[in-house]
Design a protein around this ligand. Structure first.
Ligand code: SF4
Length: 331
């Protein structure tokens, strides 16, 4: 499978009065064409900063991409000028944000908002843009699209607004769609409909998707592969089956143990005790050490290297690395 995106050694910092926040600390991952990769983790783990870095939407200052490459179809987005990025955003790479109401302009009709990106970037006539807008409304399941193009965002329900945001993101036929918590602001039944819509759209258009979420239920529904982030680093990646049925990092195991399961009659949820490290001065060694039930001496001293468990499953944890025994023996 061809890789559409390869992120290597990405570092993002934010300079504040209190010091420098190391929000993303050497992130590596790739996305294959036509697949959905979910990036999961707690609030503040760096997942949204990573997606904003791909779009080059980190406000500088205070933010800065301090290191790394973001190869999109072989070209390094991190080195692009702002002008070049403007020609890519919304055209080759689109983004969907959490709250559909703030993503839409309340003073413009849905038709205007759908067509403006297309007319600006694709140089199409008003008639062609309208035809495409109707097609997109139809694709995302908005009934009576010709009439509804004339309406304003407040005339749509929350779920319908999110469908419109998705239609706007897809109207220029991007190769990559980044969805940052796209269902968090919606109620559960609408969430399920929107997730089904993502599957349908991917089947129809072949778009590659990065899904940023803290919700493992969303991940279980539509992800092909999963990258788990903690304290600015990716600590485990694998296929959905590998992560759900054979998680190897204690943090991934903790995340899964803290999700309610309907298939178990009696179950106690196990929270992960403690809090993530302060990203003003994160540890050089394993960032999960202070919360990990299996912590060893080496964990507080050296950051665990990547261990390849299968061709698709890798983890950064000393428990999986035979070199831990040698390091412990040497001390
Ligand atoms: Fe726990 Fe050590 Fe693995 Fe970190 S490296 S998750 S502290 S066992």
């Amino acid at each position: 499978m061809e890789k559409i995106l390869e992120v290597e050694n990405l570092h993002v910092t934010f300079t504040t009065y209190g010091g420098t926040v190391k929000a993303v600390r050497g992130v590596d991952f790739h996305l294959n064409e036509g697949e959905t990769l979910a990036i999961v983790g707690e609030s503040g783990c760096g997942k949204s900063v990573t997606s904003n870095a791909i779009m080059r939407l980190i406000p500088d200052p205070p933010g800065k991409i301090t290191n790394g490459t973001i190869l999109f179809k072989g070209e390094n987005l991190a080195a692009f000028s702002e002008k070049k990025m403007r020609s890519i955003r919304g055209v080759d790479i689109s983004m969907i944000f959490q709250d559909p109401m703030t993503a839409l302009n309340p003073t413009l009709t849905i038709g205007t908002q759908l067509m403006e990106g297309l007319q600006e970037h694709r140089n199409v006539s008003g008639k062609e843009a309208r035809k495409k807008a109707i097609e997109m409304m139809d694709l995302v399941g908005i009934p009576n699209p010709e009439e509804r193009l004339k309406q304003y965002p407040h005339q749509f329900s929350g779920g319908m607004r999110q469908r419109i945001v998705i239609a706007i993101a897809l109207i220029c036929e991007p190769d990559l769609l980044i969805a940052d918590e796209p269902t968090t602001a919606l109620d559960v039944t609408i969430q399920a409909q929107i997730l089904e819509l993502f599957e349908k759209i991917q089947g129809t258009t072949g778009v590659s998707i990065i899904l940023i979420t803290h919700d493992l239920g969303v991940v279980a529904k539509i992800a092909d592969r999963i990258a788990v982030m903690y304290a600015g680093k990716i600590i485990e990646t694998g296929t959905k089956r590998e992560i759900f049925y054979n998680p190897q990092h204690p943090y991934t195991q903790g995340l899964l143990n803290s999700v309610p399961r309907l298939d178990l009659a009696e179950e106690r949820l196990t929270p992960i005790d403690g809090t993530p490290p302060d990203l003003f001065s994160p540890p050089d060694a394993c960032p999960f050490a202070a919360r990990c039930p299996y912590v060893m001496e080496v964990c507080d001293k050296v950051y665990p290297a990547k261990t390849e468990l299968t061709g698709s499953h890798r983890v950064n944890c000393w428990l999986q690395d035979d070199r831990a025994k040698q390091l412990i023996a040497v001390k």
